[in-house]
Write a protein that binds this ligand. Structure first.
Ligand code: CDP
Length: 252
């Protein structure tokens, strides 16, 4: 990859519906830049898992009482993100179909969003992050340096998710996966608080016919353009400087 002239750590926001390839793309982009990859969906899933385990009613009041008891930690490594809930590694449990069934409802409550968005802003405040989710470019970091909205047709997204779940040993049919994705798309796009939507200044990338390498390259190209524009304009940032280039690995 040609070296980048960025002298500061950028914030890269990747939003889009389930199965569009956000997490794979975001992880690879982060790896190539030596940035942190932060999967915000895992944070909403962890709160959902905690609520299911606590057996509380899935309503805002009950969740608001639970939130102060939750300590979320993200352990970031080149192999991906591990999510810890009150010290327990729950990464695998987060893909459980029961968590998937409830997560969109849990994410629709303003109290839950406030709790997590604050943590996400803290995690990204120094820059040098690739964050994926539904509202990163619209709400969490409306001033993100690069904003991408990844989409793909529903059948392609369902097929990808079906294979992922099968690899995790979860027994589902492709029809069930498609129905679940469509249901979540609907809920995520129509909630009143921070709905899934494309920021006006985001670049839309349809990954339907793209390979992972191609979609990663497209995002890296946007990063290069951003860095070159910043260099031409002599833009300096208040964020701390970073060494230019494409270092591998990620911070801990
Ligand atoms: O991996 P997948 O695309 O299935 O979803 P995810 O990124 O793990 O997110 C799970 C759910 O969390 C989404 O369907 C949204 O309801 C919610 N979410 C959100 O509301 N805001 C975010 N920034 C990230 C996820």
């Amino acid at each position: 990859m040609p070296s980048m002239s960025c002298t500061r750590k950028l914030i890269i926001a990747i939003d889009g519906p389930a199965g569009a390839g956000k997490s794979t793309t975001a992880r690879r982009v982060a790896e190539r830049l030596g940035y942190l990859y932060i999967d915000t969906g895992a944070m909403y899933r962890a709160v959902t898992l905690a609520a299911l385990r606590a057996g509380i009613p899935m309503e805002e009041g009950a969740l608001a009482q639970l939130l102060p008891q939750l300590r979320l930690e993200l352990h970031l490594s080149p192999e991906g993100q591990r999510t810890l809930l009150n010290g327990e590694d729950v990464t695998e449990q987060l893909r459980d179909p029961e968590v998937t069934r409830w997560v969109s409802l849990v994410s629709s409550f303003p109290a839950v969003r406030r709790f997590l968005v604050e943590q996400q802003r803290r995690l990204g405040s120094q820059g040098g992050v690739v964050m994926d989710g539904r509202d990163i470019g619209t709400v969490v970091f409306p001033n993100a340096d690069v904003k991408v909205f990844l989409t793909a047709s529903l059948p392609v997204r369902a097929q990808r998710r079906y294979h992922e779940l099968r690899q995790l040993g979860i027994a589902v049919t492709e029809e069930e996966v498609a129905a679940e994705l469509a249901r979540r798309d609907r809920l995520d796009s129509h909630r009143s608080e921070s709905p899934l939507s494309c920021a006006p200044d985001a670049v839309v990338i349809d990954t339907t016919g793209l390979t992972i390498e191609e979609q990663t390259e497209r995002v890296l190209e946007l990063v290069r353009q951003k860095c070159n524009t910043a260099a031409e304009l002599g833009v300096h940032s208040s964020r701390e400087p970073r060494v230019s280039g494409d270092a591998h690995g990620s911070h801990r």
